[in-house]
Ligand binder design. Structure first.
Ligand code: FAD
Length: 433
């Protein structure tokens, strides 16, 4: 049993959708391309799952947020794929690969061969069990990575209106889920081991702003602590969480957002033919054309570890939607128009939205920190200055042109001769450049 394609995209998430659009623009012939996805729906804009999808009133639903609406591009519905002759092989997990034979084998035993393969398998949510905490399969414990998780979370939230939730994790998934829970009239306690929210990105001053905003909406914080076990009722439902220091927090539901791991399987080890892809930073290592150590195989999105020119070609694995979109398009360009495609010159970018707040971050958060703007009125920002140049910038509550301006100073590594002056000028500095 088998099928053969010229181009195979493995994974059906954000990167797959943007790769399909690029293939279509480059006139892939009907029948040449397929997408194989474990999910049962066509590629969609995953960030919607923790935002519009969880709203109690007028939530977004499919087909509204199929890719590529997130980048104001065409919306690729299942009908679109049909019209283009791009085969969607959904509800299908690939369990192994044979790189020498250019073949993938599905769980059902089907062999699908390719001339070019794009690995777009993304990442999965880390489970509490991986940290030695058991019981997260309880019906009122939620994770959030795919649409099935989001449907489950909506159902649990609906049964908990007016009740309480514990959110484990202080990253952006924890923050966005907390905002959604509060909007659904659920009282939230956030528990995380770091000193403050978004420990990997926010400075203490930035975190203080967001924590105060959350506290004003009734959110409680337990910091510097971790979950160690659950208490359950006879039906198995979680009724309380127990923390490392013995604190017991009664709860009606739990949401866990403790990080992700790239889906490198089925490429982690030697494959059937004894071949192996190079791995780095927990992902699949690629060059500036998104090409892996096997020249017929490309990797894009969350699973790809690629050289970021702006950081001196340091290899990074970025877990953000913009990177998924752009690396996907770049790989297709490298496959279909190799002579015209150079190395990707990507500016790392990440955004989030919670309640009425919205921020964007560009570059890297290393070096001297320069806060600016009005922290009382939700309009502030931060520059990171390294060796006399701006290397990162963050802005809360900006307009489109503000975000474009801060992106530009990071991209051009604007020179800073006087940090005091930069602080005084704030956003104005970006417009002067
Ligand atoms: P994914 O979109 O995860 O797609 C991977 C696909 O591969 C899935 O369909 C999966 O089922 C499939 N797959 C994996 N293994 C196999 C296999 N062996 N066989 C078949 N199929 C397989 N980023 C931001 O910048 N801003 C945000 O606000 C933001 N919000 C987010 C909110 C949520 C709830 C989540 C989960 C993520 C958010 N992100 C955000 C991150 C962003 O969605 C990811 O960076 C992006 O989805 C990565 O795209 P991808 O195609 O690499 O992986």
């Amino acid at each position: 049993m088998g099928r053969a394609f010229v181009y195979v995209i493995l994974g059906g998430g954000v990167a797959a959708g943007y790769a399909a659009l690029e293939f279509s623009r480059r006139h892939v012939a009907p029948g040449e391309l397929c997408i194989i996805s474990e999910e049962s729906v066509a590629p969609y804009e995953r960030p919607a799952l923790s935002k519009g999808y969880l709203l109690p009133e007028n939530p977004t639903s499919l087909p509204q947020f199929h890719t590529c609406v997130g980048a104001n591009e065409e919306r690729l519905t299942p009908k679109w794929y049909g019209e283009k002759g791009i085969e969607l092989i959904l509800g299908t997990r690939v369990k192994s690969a044979d790189l020498k034979k250019k073949a993938l084998v599905t769980m059902a035993g089907e062999t699908i061969t390719y001339k070019y393969l794009i690995i777009a398998t993304g990442a999965r949510a880390l489970k509490l069990e991986e940290f030695g905490v058991w019981g997260s399969e309880a019906e009122n414990v939620c994770y959030l990575r795919d649409i099935a998780d989001a449907d489950r979370m909506v159902k649990v939230m609906q049964s908990c209106a007016g009740k309480s939730a514990v959110v484990i994790g202080g990253g952006y998934i924890g923050m966005e889920c907390t905002a959604a829970l509060v909007t659904n009239k659920i009282k939230v306690t956030m528990v995380f081991p770091e000193k403050h929210l978004m420990g990997r990105l926010f400075t203490a001053k930035m975190a203080e702003f967001y924590e105060n905003y959350y506290k004003e909406r009734g959110v409680k914080f337990v910091k510097g602590n971790v979950l160690t076990s659950f208490e359950n009722d006879p039906s198995g439902k979680v009724t309380a969480v127990i923390l490392r220091d013995g604190t017991r927090i009664p709860t009606d539901m739990v949401v866990v957002g403790i990080g992700i791991r790239a889906n490198t399987s089925p490429f982690d080890g030697l494959d059937k033919g004894g071949a192996k892809l190079a791995l780095e930073k927990g992902g699949i290592k690629v060059n500036g054309k998104m090409q892996t150590s096997d020249s017929s195989v490309y990797a894009v999105g969350d699973v790809a570890a690629f050289p970021v020119k702006l950081f001196g070609n340091d290899i990074r694995r970025l877990e953000h939607v913009d990177s998924a979109r752009k690396t996907a398009r770049h790989a297709v360009s490298a496959i279909m128009a190799p002579d015209e495609t150079g190395d990707l010159d990507y500016l790392p970018f990440f955004y989030s939205r919670v309640f009425a707040l919205s921020w964007q971050f560009y570059g890297d958060n290393v070096g001297e920190v320069v806060h600016f703007g009005d922290f009382l009125n939700s309009r502030f920002g931060v520059y990171w200055v390294n060796e006399g140049h701006i290397i990162g910038a963050f802005l809360e509550g900006g307009a489109k042109e503000d975000y474009e301006a801060i992106a530009k100073v990071v991209k051009t590594r604007s020179k800073v001769s006087d940090v005091g002056e930069l602080e005084k000028l704030g956003l104005e500095f970006a417009f002067r450049e």
